[in-house]
Design a binder for this molecule. Structure first.
Ligand SMILES: Nc1nc2c(ncn2[C@@H]2O[C@H](COP(=O)(O)OP(=O)(O)OP(=O)(O)O)[C@@H](O)[C@H]2O)c(=O)[nH]1
Ligand SMILES: [Mg+2]
Length: 344
């Protein structure tokens, strides 16, 4: 069986104690709602260093179960206006007296600091709001890793007392699933369609959405956006009946992040869906399902980490890799040998 040699030396145990203490101290700051502590706490959970993992797990233990945020997911294709929408939508939410945290996740390594810098200018007013906290996540990590760290960052924002947490990311296929799996309400932002086609939004993604917003409903595009919204609303009602929706289907509406038209209505709609789901038990069921799925993802990740840090298993992988490549051994058979630790 794959295993890691534990270092039980007194020195190592003392160091782990210090790391745990570091995590607990940071937790106190997070629970007090200190933004600097929250920012440092998120940096800690994003860290891949082994000693930081010890501190991070103490931190997360210390904030377990604290907080009750409305978690909103927001995705959409590049350039649809996500950042502009978060600025308008976020300012509206803060204007309602709510505290808002925004986690802007960038899952692709190609997009670097540039997009974050762009977001800073697009969220110019929101970043200055004392009741808003905006956190761009670093790019370059694998999507699975991003999801794990985002779930933890979200928990920290919640523990810091934010009423609403928005997880924003560009829609690149898998990222929609990730965001939908982390949040209570999944919002899909789409551009107005040129013709009568439904802008190439994949059916699976549409089915995941709780609310579709057709952005850029202003100027020359205003009518197109409204027509697109009506098309989607029709299509969504034909799709299927969803028991978790107050109307049996997701809703679609036109908005303009630039002028703010429809932004207040979008917020009211989200609040209404959330209130209905809470009352009907759907919100808790969704969170329970999400937690159960994450448990399995975490187990998988830990098993893989153990495997990757086990020199014997790695040596065996290297040895059998060649046989699998030559076709001398089936991948499944080789995996069985490696995981069972036999085959030598
Ligand atoms: N007319 C109009 N333009 C908009 C609206 N919202 C955003 N834009 C413009 O669309 C462009 C892209 O906006 P962003 O907010 O950066 O879009 P994004 O989805 O965050 O883009 P990425 O981060 O690159 O995926 C910018 O030039 C915005 O000014 C809108 O409601 N109406
Ligand atoms: Mg953006």
């Amino acid at each position: 069986m794959i295993g890691r040699g534990m270092d039980h030396s007194a020195e190592n145990l003392a160091r782990q104690g210090e790391d745990r203490e570091r995590g607990r101290e940071l937790a106190a700051g997070v629970l007090a709602g200190e933004r600097r502590s929250l920012a440092r706490a998120i940096t800690l959970v994003e860290s891949a260093r082994a000693e930081d993992r010890v501190a991070a797990s103490a931190l997360l233990d210390a904030v377990a179960g604290v907080g009750d945020s409305l978690r909103i997911g927001l995705t959409g294709p590049p350039g649809v206006g996500k950042s502009t929408f978060v600025e308008a939508f976020g300012r509206h939410i803060v204007g309602q007296g709510k505290r808002l945290a925004v986690l802007a996740v960038d899952p692709s390594s190609a997009r670097t600091g540039g997009s974050i810098l762009g977001d800073k200018t697009r969220m110019e007013l929101l970043v200055r709001e004392p009741n808003a906290f905006i956190r761009p996540s670093p790019s370059g990590a694998a999507l699975g890793g991003v999801a794990r760290r985002t779930a933890e960052s979200l928990r920290l924002c919640e523990a810091a007392g934010f009423d609403v947490v928005i997880v924003e990311t560009v829609g690149v296929g898998q990222s929609e699933t990730m965001v939908a799996d982390l949040t209570d309400i999944f919002t899909l932002l789409i551009p107005p369609a040129g013709g009568d086609e439904l802008q190439g939004v994949k059916r699976g993604v549409m089915e995941m959405a709780d609310i579709l917003l057709i952005n850029k409903a202003d100027g020359a595009l205003a009518d197109t956006a409204r027509a697109t919204a009506a098309d989607y609303a029709g299509a969504l009602h034909l799709l299927r009946r969803r028991p978790g929706d107050p109307d049996g289907a997701p809703s679609a509406a036109a908005v303009s992040a630039a002028t703010g038209a429809g932004v207040a209505e979008a917020w009211e709609r989200i609040v209404a869906i959330d209130a209905w789901r809470r009352a009907e038990g759907w919100r808790d069921r969704r969170r329970a399902d999400q937690a159960a799925r994450r448990l399995r993802i975490e187990i998988e990740a830990r098993l893989w980490e153990r495997f990757a840090s086990d020199p014997a298993a790695q040596a065996q992988l290297a040895a059998l890799d060649g046989e699998v490549r030559r076709g001398a051994l089936e991948p499944a058979a080789a995996a069985e040998l490696i995981v069972r630790g036999g085959g030598d």
